[in-house]
Design a protein around this ligand. Sequence first.
Ligand code: GAR
Length: 219
Amino acid sequence: MTQPKIPTAILISGRGSNMMSLVEAARAADYPAEIVAVISNRPEAAGIAWAKSQGISTRVIDHKAFKTREAFEAELDKALHEVKAEIVALAGFMRLMTPAFVAKWQTRMINIHPSLLPNFKGLHTHEQALAAGVKVAGCTVHFVRAEMDAGPIIAQAAVPVLSGDTAETLGARVLSAEHRLYPAALRLLASGRITCKNEKVHIYQEANDSSVLFSPKVE
Ligand code: GAR
């Protein structure tokens, strides 16, 4: 018997390449989530036009039209209920959520961030990684909390930092890892394989993998 797909809304603020990777993954017959809406807080977000062109229900809820964060979130909450979203995936959504909103979606709202958290929160993550001189960078999918880029970690992907990397070359390498990691993490959540206890994520039926990423590569 096939399991019902979990209705999932994606929140964006910009170009939406991670949103596209989720939408594309969700087309597979066996994918456990269905993308029921793409919502942007910015009217000019390029991702909205793409989502529309794919026949996905879209909404713009411009945060600037609301006096308070709470008023913006009330409208967002209404939109999420209208589409019956059970999971919310933030994909380049650049707004902090209030503790009350986060509490409602405690284990159902996830975010992707282009660093190996808890390192390099906030903006300019690749510049931060290059300035720190790390040899491994990457991306993280985590449950959303009220603090910026914080919350129980669900999954991470690592990429090497190469000599001569710029923020652009490193950013492109991390972004292609994001596009693989986010659909995989949403699959875990939507298929009910994640539990979160004491702010730590546990994954059922984890594939056993002892591979090591060496950076620089060892001979
Ligand atoms: C992505 O790299 C995402 O990880 C990052 O914004 C970019 C959005 O690109 N998110 C954050 O920095 C969250 N703190 P996209 O619109 O093409 O997905």
